[in-house]
Ligand binder design. Sequence first.
Ligand code: BYC
Length: 331
Amino acid sequence: MTIPPVPYDIAPRPAAGTSPEEQQFNDLIAADSRIEPRDWMPEAYRKTLVRQISQHAHSEIIGMQPEGNWITRAPSLKRKAILLAKVQDEAGHGLYLYSAAQTLGITRDEMTDALIAGKARYSSIFNYPSPTWADMGSIGWLVDGAAICNQVPLCRASYGPYGRAMVRICKEESFHQRQGFEILLELMNGTDEQRAMAQESVNRWYWPALQMFGPPDDDSPNSAQSMKWNIKRFSNDELRQRFVGMLVPQAEVLGVTLPDPDLRWNEEKGVYDMGEIDWTEFHEVLQGRGPANARRLQRRRDAHEAGRWVREAAAAYARKQAAKLTETAVA
Ligand code: BYC
């Protein structure tokens, strides 16, 4: 007996035990489409997104500190205005991302409480100090540069509110990266002392910037599932490699040396070979034992406490407005 062909416009049947909602989720992912807050999603997908988006939001907020450190000491009014705008952008990024996470059913208070209790992660990079003005250049060039490399693919993340937040964030990060490059370029065109300051700063930030992409692929427990769900599009090592490829020609224009004696072009593979990253240092920072972890967290706690009266006043005002509305409705 011949089996008639299955018409190809009929969707494949759900696997046994798959609910219609789950099948719809699987179909959306398979079609590289977007999942929206109204859609059903597996609990593990929701948790992964809450984890990644809240960590990302915390990174933006804690990330204001190393640069905030230089606002009052920027070398000119122009530099001060640019730095101020950049730090404000980071606050804005934090807010878009907290809002995106809130669509997944977690509250802003829950996320903030986890951060100030020291239970939430934020990017390892912000646990390093920024003692010189050149650090404003290195943070822009290397840290925002790494962020762009990691975040441009996240504009296509399967979760709608996250992907859309990333589009605007990436546009602003591009400006941040350019302003950092320009600070370093000006220093490299300056005096011997300024050139030395720029090089010393690049030496300190280079390796921690490479660690921003996360552990190596064979030690990255979340990558495989996040890639299946179209949250991550490239692996940690792929993005790190892409970043180094971007940096080499830019370092040549700047005239700075990337502090990796093993960095060289591999003709056969078509990528740069690099030296070994110090993963022990990375894990120490993740455990809270980096050079500035304690200081960063204490500063965030103090700011939260100092802002308590603002939150209370805003809540009291909202209550009064709501009461007025009810009175008008009754009258
Ligand atoms: N630092 O399985 P893996 C910015 C954790 S802000 C700390 O590879 P995943 C800027 C990871 O969370 C830049 N922790 O994880 C702001 C996981 O631990 P848990 C922030 C890290 O999620 C102001 C464990 O290690 N960017 O640009 O698949 C001024 C195993 O890792 C780090 C983002 O947040 C790290 N570097 O991949 C200037 C981007 N790396 O959660 C600039 C969004 C890994 O299981 N996030 N861990 O306890 C991502 O793209 C991904 O979450 C990561 C990690 C690539 C970071």
